[in-house]
Write a protein that binds this ligand. Structure first.
Ligand code: EPU
Length: 420
């Protein structure tokens, strides 16, 4: 098993560029099967999750061509041979469920192994299924799988009880080929939803309102291939912003959309970090002012992203004062706290809140990445901890950060990947 060895590092300095967004590229790849001709997707990040999505597309009959040096993937799905997402792939990547909406739209049938629980909470898919049912699908829940079938899909008015990102995407992908109009209310407003809607509209879909809480979709009879460049990864951008603050460094992040990381910028500024937004770039300077505590509540976009909670919490262990974090999106996303406390942090959990006492000097230890963002948080902790931090189960981190070691090393971090 591979591990990361992270040594206490100097303040990070220099520039790096954000890669294409993981959470945008995965639904876009799934949506590409809605066309019978080629879709070309550009600015693809180098991630394990993208590889798993390629395998999933191939398993249902798509021809996938990867041109790594051009960061491009072509997907050609002349025929769908299999309407089922197998367990081996779903268990590796929960986002496999995003194939369900496109399969249902194109083949009127979709079967998927149930993803089950995961490290960051129960993560049910009831809202996805509620949407498919409203569009006319019969839903059958079997042992370890769920199947949706329909004679035809017909537009409907659908209200989501919670603005779930995945449910919004899956229902949108099913509704684009439905007869008539679908109105989705209380939907997710994340930039990844907008990117997916732009991709689908490029294929000939008629979607309006993506990025607001109501999306209107006029069904069309067919979609065609398109070439589309994926938006930059806002969580990757945010992670490097916090890494710069954590080490009291000075980092320029290129290919970054400041609008997409507004809450992270606002919170870092509250802490005393200087941020300047230049066209397409964000500069984070934390080597001048003292860095102080702040409180955070995670919320659906445009609120503070749950995917930045663990990294920000790590920063708050080092600042002046005590901070309170409230996680409202996932019920169990505090797995990193035990590991941070083992490194010398003082964080207490009170229900959905975490109380973080600042100015703690962390010490290197053997720790485990329990999920992608928890793993990133431990890397950040390792950059300021005395001695060496040994992080295991790093496959979680490599699911979601493109060229992580190379980018951090370029900024002066002392981090190595070792095979045991
Ligand atoms: N939920 C339900 N029922 C549903 C769907 C969701 O109760 O049918 C609940 C979940 O249990 C959770 C909350 O709603 O408590 C939010 O879940 P959501 O569906 O919005 O999340 P997701 O689509 O499963 C995506 C990202 C996550 C990110 C969340 C929230 C992808 C592939 N994943 O997950 O990204 O945390 O939105 O922003 O887009 C990550 O990148 O590390 C990551 C976990």
């Amino acid at each position: 098993m591979a591990k990361y060895l992270v040594e206490k590092s100097n303040p990070l300095r220099g520039e790096i560029a954000a890669s294409g967004s993981k959470n945008a590229v995965l639904p876009i790849m799934a949506a590409s099967i809605l066309a019978t001709d080629v879709c070309k997707i550009m600015d693809i990040p180098k991630l394990r999750d993208v590889e798993v999505m390629c395998q999933l597309l191939e398993s249902i009959g798509s021809k996938v061509t990867i041109e790594a040096e051009k960061e491009m993937i072509s997907v050609l799905t002349e025929e769908i041979k299999e309407e089922e997402a197998p367990y081996e792939l779903v268990k590796q990547m929960r986002a496999s469920i995003l194939i369900m909406g496109p399969l249902l739209a194109r083949k009127k049938k979709a079967k998927i192994a149930l993803p089950g629980g995961c490290a960051i909470g129960a993560r049910p898919i009831d809202l996805h299924l509620k949407g498919f049912h409203a569009l006319g699908a019969e839903i059958e829940l079997g042992h370890g799988y769920v199947e949706a079938t329909a004679d035809k899909l017909v537009g409907a008015n659908i209200y989501l009880d919670f603005p779930s990102v995945g449910a919004t995407e899956n229902i949108m992908m099913a509704a684009v080929l439905a007869e008539g109009t679908t109105v989705l209310e209380n939907v997710a407003e994340e930039p990844e939803i907008v990117d997916l809607a732009n991709f689908l509209n490029g294929m000939g879909a008629k979607i309006k309102g993506a990025g607001t809480d109501t999306i209107k979709i006029e069904g069309v009879s067919e979609l065609h291939g398109v070439t589309h460049a994926v938006i930059p990864d806002r969580i990757e951008t945010g992670t490097y912003m916090v890494a710069a603050a954590m080490t009291r460094g000075d980092v320029l992040i290129k290919n970054a959309i400041a609008d997409h990381v507004k809450p992270v910028i606002a919170k870092l500024r509250e802490c005393g970090v200087e941020i300047s937004e230049e066209e397409g770039n964000i500069r984070v300077k934390a080597d001048q002012n003292p860095i102080i505590a702040t409180d955070i509540k995670t919320l659906p976009y445009p609120g503070f992203p749950t995917d930045m909670q663990s990294q920000f919490m790590t920063l708050l262990t080092s600042v002046e004062g005590t901070s309170i974090i409230i996680e409202t999106v996932f019920e169990n996303r505090y797995m990193h706290i035990g590991e941070l406390n083992r490194m010398g942090a003082d964080i207490k959990i009170e229900g959905r809140s975490a109380v973080v006492v600042g100015e703690k000097l962390l010490e290197g230890a053997q720790v485990t990445a329990t999920d992608l963002r928890a793993g990133a948080a431990l890397v950040l902790a390792g950059l300021v901890a005395d001695g060496v931090t040994e992080i295991s189960e790093i496959y979680h981190i490599e699911r979601g950060y493109s060229d992580f070691i190379a980018k951090l090393t370029k900024l002066g971090a002392k981090i190595k990947r070792v095979e045991e």
